[in-house]
Design a protein around this ligand. Sequence first.
Ligand code: SAM
Length: 230
Amino acid sequence: MSNADFFQRAYSENGPKVISGFSRPVYHNLMGVLYGHQFDKMGFGGMIRHTEAGMLYEWASEVIQGGTIVEIGCYGGLSTSYLVKGTESRDVRICSIDPFNSDLDTQAERTDGCVELEDKPTKELVAQRMAKLGAGDRVTLIEGFSQEAVKDWKDEIDFLWIDGNHDQAYLDFTDWSPYLKVGGRIGFHDSHPRYGYPQVAEDVKKALESSEHWGQLEHVKSIISAIKLA
Ligand SMILES: C[S@@+](CC[C@H](N)C(=O)[O-])C[C@H]1O[C@@H](n2cnc3c(N)ncnc32)[C@H](O)[C@@H]1O
């Protein structure tokens, strides 16, 4: 199936929820049941569903020893915690970027309205949560905007997880995907028109339209994920 066909089916009203592979919805649900309930979603103020959390855990577990995961949009660290769990006891570095509660004027100017700017989780709070998981030394929290952070970025990425400003998913893609290794995974949250944001869905369709460059497309609730082919 071409990537264009994938999106047509994934985004259709009555289309199957998941396209890639035999019984993938069953597999996604199983991962959700097994691994997607490890953290208190409400307590974290988190925004991922249990099935999505289970698959984040699963995808993180596929990252090789010495690999790097980049997360854009950390908020209170719920998704970050699943990335940590999926890579537990392995030397995998996780860099998570979010302005947290800094520079609120710029955040107000650029906001997509998704999160309240008052009372945003602080970098210190998320750092404490990571330390409690025993991952304080593996997780680097970058306090700032992805567009600025990329200017200092140099390393190859094994798994790029995009869940930042919903008006800027395509910009995050063009800024960061050049650092993704061939064979590495990209995942976009909120990228389904029914389960996420129509703007993100459009951006992701545009980003991953080339079947030459992106394969193994997968749809998990509001997530679209793919493997970089070239
Ligand atoms: C939907 S929340 C992330 C939720 C988190 N991934 C989770 O599952 O718990 C989006 C976060 O991205 C942050 N954000 C917005 N623009 C950003 C940018 N340019 N770079 C990094 N983070 C950004 C927001 O402030 C917010 O904290």
